[in-house]
Write a protein that binds this ligand. Structure first.
Ligand SMILES: C[C@@H](N)C(=O)N[C@H](C)C(=O)O
Ligand SMILES: [Zn+2]
Length: 230
Protein backbone atom coordinates (compact mmCIF):
# COMPACT_ATOMS: atom_id res chain seq x y z
CA UNK A 1 0.00 0.00 0.00
CA UNK A 2 1.07 3.58 -0.67
CA UNK A 3 2.16 5.63 2.35
CA UNK A 4 2.61 9.36 2.74
CA UNK A 5 6.09 10.88 2.40
CA UNK A 6 8.02 10.24 5.67
CA UNK A 7 8.44 13.63 7.40
CA UNK A 8 11.92 15.13 7.20
CA UNK A 9 13.38 12.52 4.83
CA UNK A 10 14.57 13.07 1.25
CA UNK A 11 11.97 12.14 -1.34
CA UNK A 12 11.83 8.43 -1.97
CA UNK A 13 12.86 7.37 1.56
CA UNK A 14 10.53 5.96 4.18
CA UNK A 15 10.82 5.01 7.84
CA UNK A 16 10.29 1.27 8.03
CA UNK A 17 8.32 1.70 11.27
CA UNK A 18 5.68 3.64 9.29
CA UNK A 19 5.60 1.06 6.50
CA UNK A 20 5.58 -2.08 8.69
CA UNK A 21 5.59 -1.67 12.49
CA UNK A 22 5.63 -5.44 12.95
CA UNK A 23 9.26 -5.67 11.78
CA UNK A 24 11.42 -5.51 14.88
CA UNK A 25 14.23 -2.99 15.09
CA UNK A 26 17.44 -2.91 17.12
CA UNK A 27 19.46 -0.30 15.28
CA UNK A 28 22.87 -1.01 16.68
CA UNK A 29 24.82 1.94 15.30
CA UNK A 30 22.52 4.39 17.12
CA UNK A 31 23.95 3.21 20.47
CA UNK A 32 27.19 1.86 21.95
CA UNK A 33 26.64 -1.90 21.51
CA UNK A 34 28.39 -2.31 18.18
CA UNK A 35 31.93 -3.07 17.04
CA UNK A 36 33.10 0.55 17.59
CA UNK A 37 31.75 0.64 21.17
CA UNK A 38 30.15 4.06 20.53
CA UNK A 39 27.14 5.58 18.84
CA UNK A 40 28.20 5.97 15.22
CA UNK A 41 28.24 9.52 13.71
CA UNK A 42 25.17 10.19 11.59
CA UNK A 43 22.81 8.04 13.68
CA UNK A 44 20.72 10.45 15.77
CA UNK A 45 17.93 7.91 16.31
CA UNK A 46 17.41 4.17 16.14
CA UNK A 47 15.25 4.31 13.01
CA UNK A 48 15.41 2.03 10.00
CA UNK A 49 15.17 4.20 6.86
CA UNK A 50 15.10 2.71 3.36
CA UNK A 51 14.14 3.60 -0.18
CA UNK A 52 10.42 2.93 -0.47
CA UNK A 53 10.58 -0.08 -2.84
CA UNK A 54 13.11 -1.71 -0.50
CA UNK A 55 10.86 -1.16 2.54
CA UNK A 56 7.90 -2.52 0.53
CA UNK A 57 9.85 -5.65 -0.39
CA UNK A 58 10.92 -6.15 3.22
CA UNK A 59 7.28 -5.84 4.32
CA UNK A 60 6.32 -8.54 1.81
CA UNK A 61 9.05 -10.84 3.15
CA UNK A 62 7.78 -10.12 6.67
CA UNK A 63 4.22 -11.16 5.68
CA UNK A 64 5.64 -14.40 4.29
CA UNK A 65 7.55 -15.08 7.53
CA UNK A 66 4.74 -14.08 9.91
CA UNK A 67 2.55 -16.71 8.24
CA UNK A 68 5.16 -19.28 9.32
CA UNK A 69 5.52 -17.94 12.90
CA UNK A 70 8.69 -15.88 12.36
CA UNK A 71 9.56 -12.19 12.19
CA UNK A 72 12.35 -10.09 10.76
CA UNK A 73 14.52 -7.98 13.06
CA UNK A 74 16.61 -5.21 11.47
CA UNK A 75 19.97 -4.04 12.82
CA UNK A 76 21.02 -1.51 10.18
CA UNK A 77 19.35 0.04 7.12
CA UNK A 78 20.26 3.33 5.38
CA UNK A 79 23.76 4.31 6.58
CA UNK A 80 24.93 7.94 6.23
CA UNK A 81 28.23 8.29 4.37
CA UNK A 82 29.74 9.98 7.42
CA UNK A 83 29.15 6.73 9.33
CA UNK A 84 31.19 4.84 6.73
CA UNK A 85 33.96 7.46 7.14
CA UNK A 86 33.77 6.93 10.91
CA UNK A 87 34.21 3.16 10.40
CA UNK A 88 37.34 3.84 8.32
CA UNK A 89 38.73 6.19 11.00
CA UNK A 90 37.97 3.61 13.70
CA UNK A 91 39.76 0.84 11.80
CA UNK A 92 42.82 3.06 11.26
CA UNK A 93 43.00 4.51 14.79
CA UNK A 94 45.65 3.15 17.20
CA UNK A 95 43.05 3.12 20.00
CA UNK A 96 42.58 -0.40 21.47
CA UNK A 97 39.57 -2.31 20.11
CA UNK A 98 37.53 -2.76 23.33
CA UNK A 99 34.74 -4.61 21.54
CA UNK A 100 36.97 -7.09 19.71
CA UNK A 101 36.35 -9.92 22.23
CA UNK A 102 32.64 -9.67 21.34
CA UNK A 103 32.53 -8.75 17.63
CA UNK A 104 35.83 -9.87 16.11
CA UNK A 105 37.52 -12.40 18.36
CA UNK A 106 40.17 -13.47 15.84
CA UNK A 107 40.89 -10.50 13.57
CA UNK A 108 42.48 -7.09 14.07
CA UNK A 109 40.29 -4.08 13.27
CA UNK A 110 42.76 -2.93 10.60
CA UNK A 111 41.77 -6.06 8.58
CA UNK A 112 38.02 -5.40 8.60
CA UNK A 113 37.86 -3.73 5.17
CA UNK A 114 40.33 -6.06 3.41
CA UNK A 115 38.47 -9.12 4.73
CA UNK A 116 35.16 -7.74 3.46
CA UNK A 117 33.32 -7.29 6.76
CA UNK A 118 32.86 -3.54 6.22
CA UNK A 119 32.64 -1.74 2.86
CA UNK A 120 34.25 1.62 2.05
CA UNK A 121 31.46 2.21 -0.48
CA UNK A 122 28.52 0.55 1.20
CA UNK A 123 25.19 -0.14 -0.45
CA UNK A 124 23.70 0.84 2.91
CA UNK A 125 24.48 4.46 1.94
CA UNK A 126 22.39 4.05 -1.22
CA UNK A 127 19.36 3.05 0.88
CA UNK A 128 19.06 -0.43 -0.65
CA UNK A 129 20.88 -2.60 1.93
CA UNK A 130 19.61 -4.04 5.17
CA UNK A 131 21.19 -5.99 8.02
CA UNK A 132 18.45 -8.29 9.23
CA UNK A 133 17.98 -11.35 11.41
CA UNK A 134 15.17 -13.70 12.26
CA UNK A 135 13.22 -14.11 15.52
CA UNK A 136 10.20 -16.16 16.53
CA UNK A 137 7.09 -14.04 16.08
CA UNK A 138 5.89 -14.93 19.59
CA UNK A 139 9.12 -14.14 21.44
CA UNK A 140 9.23 -11.00 23.57
CA UNK A 141 11.20 -8.04 22.23
CA UNK A 142 14.72 -8.29 23.62
CA UNK A 143 16.50 -5.12 24.74
CA UNK A 144 19.76 -4.21 22.99
CA UNK A 145 22.45 -6.33 24.66
CA UNK A 146 25.02 -4.50 26.82
CA UNK A 147 27.62 -7.21 26.94
CA UNK A 148 28.22 -10.65 25.52
CA UNK A 149 30.73 -13.40 24.94
CA UNK A 150 32.40 -14.00 21.57
CA UNK A 151 29.97 -13.66 18.66
CA UNK A 152 31.09 -17.00 17.18
CA UNK A 153 31.06 -18.83 20.52
CA UNK A 154 28.32 -21.06 21.97
CA UNK A 155 24.78 -19.75 21.38
CA UNK A 156 24.08 -19.28 25.12
CA UNK A 157 27.13 -17.01 25.52
CA UNK A 158 26.59 -14.81 22.46
CA UNK A 159 24.75 -11.46 22.41
CA UNK A 160 21.10 -12.14 23.33
CA UNK A 161 19.31 -10.85 20.25
CA UNK A 162 17.00 -13.67 19.16
CA UNK A 163 15.72 -16.95 20.56
CA UNK A 164 16.86 -18.44 17.23
CA UNK A 165 20.43 -19.59 16.71
CA UNK A 166 21.72 -17.98 13.50
CA UNK A 167 25.15 -19.58 13.83
CA UNK A 168 26.81 -16.36 15.05
CA UNK A 169 25.58 -13.14 16.58
CA UNK A 170 24.92 -10.10 14.35
CA UNK A 171 27.96 -8.20 12.98
CA UNK A 172 30.35 -10.99 13.86
CA UNK A 173 33.58 -10.57 11.88
CA UNK A 174 34.43 -14.25 11.75
CA UNK A 175 34.48 -17.12 9.27
CA UNK A 176 31.33 -18.67 10.78
CA UNK A 177 29.32 -15.64 9.65
CA UNK A 178 29.70 -16.64 5.99
CA UNK A 179 26.21 -17.70 5.01
CA UNK A 180 27.35 -21.09 3.68
CA UNK A 181 29.68 -21.80 6.66
CA UNK A 182 29.25 -25.07 8.52
CA UNK A 183 26.97 -24.31 11.48
CA UNK A 184 24.64 -26.36 13.72
CA UNK A 185 21.62 -27.85 11.88
CA UNK A 186 19.14 -25.50 13.59
CA UNK A 187 21.24 -22.47 12.63
CA UNK A 188 21.51 -23.76 9.05
CA UNK A 189 17.71 -24.03 8.88
CA UNK A 190 17.29 -20.51 10.29
CA UNK A 191 19.75 -19.01 7.80
CA UNK A 192 18.06 -20.85 4.94
CA UNK A 193 14.64 -19.59 6.02
CA UNK A 194 15.87 -15.98 6.21
CA UNK A 195 17.68 -16.13 2.86
CA UNK A 196 14.71 -17.86 1.22
CA UNK A 197 12.12 -15.34 2.41
CA UNK A 198 14.24 -12.37 1.34
CA UNK A 199 15.36 -13.86 -1.97
CA UNK A 200 11.69 -14.39 -2.87
CA UNK A 201 11.23 -10.60 -2.63
CA UNK A 202 14.31 -9.56 -4.60
CA UNK A 203 17.07 -9.41 -1.98
CA UNK A 204 20.55 -10.86 -2.56
CA UNK A 205 22.50 -12.10 0.43
CA UNK A 206 26.16 -11.08 0.90
CA UNK A 207 28.03 -14.36 1.14
CA UNK A 208 30.33 -13.32 4.04
CA UNK A 209 27.50 -12.12 6.31
CA UNK A 210 24.29 -14.10 6.82
CA UNK A 211 22.52 -10.87 7.90
CA UNK A 212 23.42 -8.50 5.01
CA UNK A 213 21.08 -8.21 2.00
CA UNK A 214 21.03 -5.87 -1.01
CA UNK A 215 17.78 -5.21 -2.81
CA UNK A 216 18.05 -5.97 -6.52
CA UNK A 217 14.60 -4.90 -7.70
CA UNK A 218 13.59 -1.63 -9.37
CA UNK A 219 14.36 1.58 -7.46
CA UNK A 220 14.65 5.29 -8.23
CA UNK A 221 18.15 6.27 -9.53
CA UNK A 222 20.71 5.42 -6.86
CA UNK A 223 23.20 7.81 -5.22
CA UNK A 224 25.25 7.97 -2.05
CA UNK A 225 23.45 9.86 0.74
CA UNK A 226 24.65 11.52 3.93
CA UNK A 227 21.50 12.83 5.64
CA UNK A 228 21.37 11.91 9.35
CA UNK A 229 19.20 9.09 10.64
CA UNK A 230 16.50 10.67 12.81
C1 LIG B 1 29.38 -3.51 8.84
C2 LIG B 1 28.38 -4.56 8.41
N1 LIG B 1 27.22 -4.46 9.20
C3 LIG B 1 28.06 -4.41 6.93
O1 LIG B 1 27.02 -3.88 6.60
N2 LIG B 1 28.98 -4.81 6.07
C4 LIG B 1 28.84 -4.58 4.66
C5 LIG B 1 29.96 -5.23 3.90
C6 LIG B 1 28.83 -3.08 4.38
O2 LIG B 1 29.51 -2.32 5.08
O3 LIG B 1 28.18 -2.68 3.39
ZN1 LIG C 1 25.15 -4.69 6.03
Amino acid sequence: PAVAQSAGLPEGFVRLRERDPSIRQDMRYAGPFNFTGRRVPGYLAGECILLRPVADALARAQARLLAEGYSLKVYDCYRPERAVRAFVAWAQSPEPDRMAPIFSPAIHKSQQFALGYIAKRSRHSLGIAVDVGLVRADEPDLPTPREAGPCDGPFAQRARESSLDMGTAYDCSAAASATAARVAPAARANRDRLVGALAAEGFRNYRLEWWHFDYGGPTPPLRVWDFPVK
